[in-house]
Design a protein around this ligand. Structure first.
Ligand code: AMP
Ligand code: MN
Ligand code: MN
Ligand code: MN
Length: 285
């Protein structure tokens, strides 16, 4: 792949191994159809889809990079840390992901009770019908259930009215710490990346504190280009990447429904070092 000056890699992608709608194989096939050169599958707190996605990516002649998106709670704010290019069989990483996953079903039971108290009963049973992996149960599955039964027009409305902090169906949850998430990724030989930084509801002062901590822990990159970023986010996080010395990553955050399609993000600014320079050992077929 050395001939590729600026490869079209989508480095933030979900499958049915977490809350995506496409199987890992279907994601890889669609990446090819969308004209990408390669992808990382980054399911929430799970590496279960990587082997199947990697096989299909090889069949499609695509570069494949191991990925994961770890749920973190930082100063009471949910933050997502993407890991790229790690050893997916590393025992420390697998043990850490297992602890994080173990909390999901327990949180879902509390969400079910909170929604029932707000007048919407039976949501856990409904949400579970939207996933083949109960341990991966997500707010997205609750949202799809509530849309399916006709209570809401789209999942965005469910999140807005019921599933975000302060709303009746939102329950606080202890995810991994930032130190744990970055530590697990690095122990497994991977690169830690801040996912969609434009989405966090923290002040710009807190953002700098957060990025400083992330860098001190060994974090090396941030998503400057994301399917959920508007141009102002791109400019802001390109500036912050330069100021902190981070590499830049890019990814659609494809889930298969509404939201960006595979490859749906703007090109990175040319002066920033792209994250795949840190993945040399892994960026091969
Ligand atoms: P969880 O990991 O269970 O907290 O669920 C978070 C997931 O819900 C994210 O990864 C997105 O897929 C989805 N999500 C979060 N916020 C929204 C929103 N405002 N609209 C639609 N989906 C959302
Ligand atoms: Mn998701
Ligand atoms: Mn995320
Ligand atoms: Mn994501």
């Amino acid at each position: 792949m050395s001939a590729l000056v600026s490869p079209r890699f989508d480095l933030h992608v979900h499958s049915t191994a977490s809350d995506g709608l496409f199987t890992p194989e279907a994601v890889a096939a669609r990446a090819k159809a969308r004209g990408l050169d390669g992808l990382a599958l980054t399911d929430h707190d799970s590496v279960a889809g990587l082997a199947a996605a990697r096989r299909q990516a090889a069949a499609e002649d695509l570069v494949f990079i191991n990925g994961v998106e770890i749920s973190v709670e930082w100063q009471d704010t949910p933050i997502h840390i993407v890991g790229l290019g790690f050893d997916a069989a590393h025992p420390g990483l697998l043990a850490g992901l297992k602890t994080t996953q173990d909390g999901r079903l327990e949180r879902a039971r509390r969400m079910d009770a909170a929604l029932a108290a707000a007048g919407i009963a039976g949501t856990l049973a409904g949400a579970l019908r939207h996933t083949a992996h109960p341990a991966q149960i997500s707010r997205a599955h609750f949202a799809r259930h509530l849309v399916e039964i006709g209570l809401f027009a789209d999942t965005g409305k469910v999140f807005e009215q019921y599933l975000t902090p302060g709303k009746p169906g939102y329950v606080p949850h202890r995810w991994a710490t930032l130190a744990e998430a970055v530590g697990w990724i690095r122990a497994a030989g991977g690169v830690a990346v801040v996912a969609h930084p434009g989405r966090y509801e923290i002040s710009s002062g807190q953002m700098r504190v957060f990025l400083g901590e992330f860098r001190d822990l060994g974090g090396e990159a941030i998503e400057v280009s994301s399917g959920s970023h508007v141009p102002a986010h791109m400019r802001r996080f390109a500036r912050l990447a330069r100021s902190f010395g981070f590499h830049a990553s890019q990814g659609s955050d494809f889930h298969g429904g509404a939201g960006a399609d595979l490859g749906g993000f703007a090109p990175l600014p040319e002066d920033l070092p792209p994250v795949w320079r840190l993945l040399n050992g892994d960026v091969k077929k």
